[in-house]
Design a protein around this ligand. Structure first.
Ligand code: UGA
Length: 482
């Protein structure tokens, strides 16, 4: 309660500030991964002078040659434009970046450790470098997702391990809410800005950095560091929970002949629920929801508190990731009384969602592992993620086109709703496959098209559409407002 009042006080006190110190702020962004690179380019777009630094020489060389090391919609344009304007540059010299900047954004990875907690070793390395090279007042901003309490630990590390005078630095938590694939859009059009600090001076500078957004009316929440850190975990774990919930409802829809899409749409019309993140599928993946859900459980454990809802969300997700293969096994068993041993199964889509080459915790990994356990021969296709998946599975066949993948296949599992996959010519696919089994784990292909062509299919939470003998008629989704 006290924290809530305190947070609102911060907002009320600071909202009237509309003018900030003039001139561009010099910013160093340490780490040029999905978060760092998009944030660096976005901050440059807001008229700051940004230098992005990374120890990876190959990555920096690519960036200096205009080549993006990751696949992200519109990133190349954003980078090119700001490099040309002289607002954005790249370097391997991290000390140079730190010493020539007023604000240092830390955007290095915080991967999951074996015990489920976040590994802060990369963050600590950056903090130690700042301590060893500090040459004036610095604002140190955590952009990576870090456990609640990290800001305080950074302060303690600087003061106690290195004896840095506390007047020489401020700590800020400014969590990102970027979805891979549309991260550039999310950075330039955020729902809200979260900025946590115990220093008014740092908060003022942060508002100046984001001035174009604030002038455009973006809501900013100015609060303390630990509240900002908690907002990120609470948001990610809640979104993950929402997906696990709709996945369980989808499975219940399959059992009861209800239609999950309509259920989700109708639920979403209740503005207390909202329609977003209610798309059922093969379970959530990516570098954030699995890691952050596990980390918030870990944080709660440190305070000897249960986090049963989030534990249930992860348990549901584990089961959901097995669903596509289970559904294929059931179809083949029921229709031709055969199992998956020595069957050729085409997995279409490897990235954890469309429009990214990221395969971290992708549901496709669980699918391939499960198929292999059941004796299937896996053939895979993804428009951009084949190479990344090769680092995990060197023993499966990768294809350049979906048609190559489905040739002579006994079954197809659609794992990612890429446009490349949604636009597949299924007439051609029908001619190429050996057996006509398809599991659409993203509910992205029109069931009528597949049924008309004679495929035997299933999806997630819409089984009744495929079970109907005749062409299925879509019920019209209509509603009346009072
Ligand atoms: C997520 C959050 O959405 C961002 O706000 C956050 O900044 C980011 O994590 C992070 O912490 O860095 P991201 O992991 O890139 O972003 O991707 P999402 O679009 O959120 O999707 C995550 C997973 O949930 C994917 O596997 C996706 O297919 C699945 N999903 C999403 C569903 O199954 N159903 C939905 O309705 C939405």
């Amino acid at each position: 309660m006290f924290t809530t009042i305190r947070s609102y006080l911060f907002i009320l006190i600071l909202l009237p500030w509309t003018t900030y110190i003039s001139g561009d702020t010099k910013i160093a962004v340490i780490g040029t991964g999905y978060v760092g690179l998009v944030s660096g380019a976005g901050l440059a777009e807001f008229n700051n002078e940004v230098i992005c630094a990374d120890i990876d020489t190959e990555k920096i060389a690519k960036l200096n040659n205009g080549i993006m090391p990751i696949y992200e919609t519109n990133l190349e344009d954003l980078v090119r434009r700001n490099v040309q304007k002289g607002k954005l540059s790249f370097t391997n010299d991290i000390v140079y970046a730190m010493t020539t900047s007023d604000v240092i954004f830390i955007a290095v990875g915080t991967p999951m450790k074996d015990d489920g907690s976040a590994d802060l070793s990369y963050i600590n390395e950056v903090v130690d470098m700042i301590a060893q090279n500090i040459n004036g007042y610095k604002i140190i901003v955590t952009k990576s997702t870090v456990p609640v309490g990290t800001g305080k630990k950074i302060r303690a590390r600087l003061e106690h391990n290195f004896g840095i005078n506390p007047t020489l630095f401020s700590i800020v938590s400014n969590p990102e809410f970027l979805r891979e694939g549309i991260a550039v859009y999310d950075f330039l059009h955020p729902d809200r800005l979260i900025i946590g600090s115990d220093s008014d001076k740092a908060l003022t500078t942060m508002c100046k950095i984001y001035e174009p957004l604030i002038m455009d009316g973006t809501i900013r929440i100015l609060t303390d560091i630990q509240t900002a850190e908690m907002i990120k975990y609470a948001s990610n774990a809640f979104l993950a929970l929402k997906i696990s919930y709709i996945n369980e409802i989808a499975n219940l829809c399959d059992a009861t002949d209800a239609d999950v899409k309509m259920v989700a749409q109708a639920m979403g019309l209740d503005h207390r629920i909202s329609p977003y993140f209610l798309k059922p599928g093969p379970g959530f993946g990516g570098s954030c929801f699995p890691k952050d859900s596990q980390a918030i459980i870990n944080i709660a454990q440190q305070y000897k508190l249960p986090m049963l809802t989030v534990e249930a969300s992860l348990a549901t997700n584990y089961l959901q990731q097995k669903k596509p293969v289970e559904k294929l096994v059931t179809l083949m068993q029921n229709k031709i009384n055969q199992n998956l041993i020595n069957k050729k199964i085409a997995v279409l889509g490897l990235s954890f969602k469309a429009n990214t080459d990221d395969i971290r915790y992708s549901p496709s990994i669980a699918t391939i592992q499960y198929l292999q356990q059941l004796g299937a021969h896996v053939v895979a296709y993804d428009p951009v993620a084949n190479n990344n998946m090769k680092t995990l599975f060197s023993d499966i066949q990768y294809c350049q086109t979906p048609y190559e993948a489905v040739t002579d296949a006994d079954g197809i599992i659609i794992m990612t709703d890429w446009d490349h996959i949604k636009q597949i010519d299924f007439v051609r696919v029908k001619e190429l496959v050996k057996q006509p089994f398809i599991i659409d784990a993203r509910n992205c292909i029109n069931p009528n098209i597949l049924k008309r062509l004679g495929f035997i299919c299933d999806s997630i939470g819409q089984s009744h559409l495929y079970r109907q003998k005749n062409e299925c008629t879509y019920k019209v989704f209509s509603y009346t407002r009072n």
